[in-house]
Design a protein around this ligand. Structure first.
Ligand code: MN
Length: 227
């Protein structure tokens, strides 16, 4: 195939314990999937799940230094369980949804909260508050064969060593299987899709120089420094 210029490199994420990487197709995110965070954002607690996307090249894998994004004065962290799919389909029944999962990772849904709030106020898309460059730091993926399907256990984030988010996967309003099934009603999912599954309460503003360290029990940890 000839292109008029070289195509962009495909995004990929390391797989723990493997030399092979996980090739990323799409990156979906669930909004307000923990009652505590829904409340701090001023919403009801168990609305149907809703979704937005990040561009796959917004992922930053493996942690380390992450450049503070442009055009915001209120960058916030959201620590999330990330689901990596090895199979897909449309209208996936909830009871078969977990069969699609390749593995799990820890992700930070970095958010330009000021831009997101402006969009909300105007009834406009969240795109630029959520889907910006380097907005998706993510750990290595741990395969299901190693970690099973985590449904309980701590999900936490510290800023400069101080605990800010301290939730439990049991607090998810919609389980991983329900999220996959519901999303597949609207779009056909496929191998390579990632789903950020929402964040517990405690989001806060971070600035250049801050060290963000987060984890999900049984899945892993992720650390970045904003530079
Ligand atoms: Mn989020």
């Amino acid at each position: 195939m000839d292109y008029v210029f070289p195509p962009a490199t495909r995004s990929s994420v390391p797989v723990a314990g493997s030399a092979a990487r996980f090739p990323v197709r799409r990156v979906y995110c669930v909004g307000r999937n923990y009652a505590g965070h829904a409340r701090e954002m001023g919403a009801d607690t168990r609305e149907p799940p809703f979704f937005f996307s990040k561009p796959p090249d917004a992922l930053v894998s493996g942690g380390g230094d992450v450049a503070y994004p442009q055009a915001t004065a209120n960058l916030q962290h959201e620590v999330e369980l990330v689901v990596a799919l090895a199979k897909g389909g449309a209208n996936i029944p909830p009871e078969r949804a977990l069969d699609c999962v390749f593995g799990y990772a820890v992700g930070f849904d970095l958010t330009r909260r000021d831009l997101q709030q402006l969009s909300k106020n105007k009834g406009q898309p969240w795109e630029l508050g959520k889907g910006f460059d380097r907005s998706g730091p993510v750990s290595a993926i741990r395969p299901v064969v190693a970690v099973g399907h985590p449904a309980r256990g701590a999900i936490w984030l510290k800023v400069n060593g101080e605990l800010r988010q301290n939730g439990d996967l049991r607090q998810m309003s919609w389980t991983v299987g329900e999220v996959i099934a519901n999303l597949s009603v609207y779009v056909a999912l496929a191998p390579g899709d990632l789903i950020f599954t929402g964040t517990p309460a405690g989001v806060s503003t971070v600035v250049r120089g801050d060290v963000l360290e987060g984890g999900v029990a049984g899945v892993g940890e992720l650390q970045i420094r904003l530079v």
